[in-house]
Design a protein around this ligand. Sequence first.
Ligand code: ADP
Length: 515
Amino acid sequence: MQKQQTNDISQWNNNNDDLQTITEQEVDEFKTSYVSFQQQQSKYKKQKSIKVNTTNCRGETRLIRKVIAKNNWKEVFNDGDVCWLGLPFKYQNLEEYFTQYVNRFAGMDLLAHKTQSSFYLNKFAEYFPEEYEFFPKTYIIPDDIDKFQQEYKSTRTYIAKPDAGSQGDGIYLIKKLKDIKTNESMVIQQYISKPLLIDKKKFDLRLYVLITSLDPYLCYINKEGLARFCTVDYEKPNDKNLRNPFMHLTNYSLNKRNTNFQVYNGKNILDINEGTKRTYSSIQKNLEILGYNNQDVENQIDSLVVAYLKSLLPFLAFNQKLVFQKRVAEVKCFQVLGFDILLDEKGKPWLLEVNSNPSLQIEHEVYGANGKSIFEESYIDSYVKELVMGDAIKLAMIPKETQEELPGFESYRKLEVDTAETVISKMMQIYGFLSGYKFQEYLTSSKFQKLSNFPSMTSQTFLKHDYDLLFRKILLKSCNNNQMDFFQFINAVEQLASRLNQDLEEMLDRIIQNI
Ligand code: ADP
């Protein structure tokens, strides 16, 4: 394999049908596992020519245009069947969400913040410890600094991630307490120090999960994905290698700067190869050779994703309701999320991060003979992302009732997510009631105090005016000290139950019965 292969691209470039032609055989191969429901799907495959509105596309324009061309759809710049948003959820022109399928749900912005999304996952891990074992122990700094200092073990390694960072920016590994920069908002996570290695290198997986409806909750995982490799052989963390990002961080944006970065741009992207970025299918072949049971790994990944989706539902449903109010059932939102998963040496998947805006770039930087960098199409990215996005659009447009009957569609496998109420969804319901389900409305102290009017919500030691004190105590560290957001509300009701000496769930149930 050449280090950076730039010549063999003629069959792939400039022709939107090329990917289909070249990988036909391989694609057929891994479609066989889906034979059982191929027949059911066939009537949806030949859908009418879809009109895709690309006016709001950003970096993904090239990919969306390829998907349009490959499927003989039509690109439009005004009303279409599908409106592709390159930017986060758009709170203007809400009418568009009723007339076109739009690739965003309100509320997904939660995932953009490492501290907020970690807080939320930590809560679920606290309430459902067995289901959330996949999430490395995470501390939110500065709030959890005391807890971290108490639980810190000098034999362990931790990874610090600033809240605002992405693509590996500002991330560092820690072994000694004194190395933590406590003055910034960040999360500190237990470092998974024994990752599964292929070719002696650490890698992580980017898998794609599609949500097409919240009620019923329809979720799918794509069978294909990407693996992103480090560019330096892995060693257990020690003082010497701790600062070597090419050994510990798998981010593509970072590793592409290393001279060891290997571009594989040949045709056999589904087979074992030596590229720094590979397909999940290719990795599965490595895993088989290494003696791992791929079905077992897949089942564990499914359980992880299902548990995550379960925790996401109350938050998404609440935000959709705030934005679309009474017409919430009529909107045609769908969204593809990117799950970053690390396998450890036992083959156990760990969730590192969920991205609401996974990269849809299909080009990579390569260096020509003159040493100058140029951008050319990456077959691996094109192949995976065309599959993921093309099938997502087709699937989102299948009526919900029909989707409920299907076990999956094309490259997507359906995931059954338990939608039973949880302690968090109950809290969300009460928070919604108190805030009046108004968009961008947080709780003021007087709204929070309404809780004291519910039966048994005061006691001899916790009187009505104590609500205001509790409210202020919770908001003390926040920059907005007049209003309480949902995350602070979770803390508040937990403290309320403890101060009233009541079982939290019983307390929540009683409030809901009296709403
Ligand atoms: P970013 O959004 O900046 O990419 P991530 O949370 O994805 O932040 O972390 C960047 C990289 O660091 C990951 O791709 C992974 O290689 C590594 N990493 C992150 N968290 C852990 C962890 N807990 N254990 C081991 N490696 C990790």
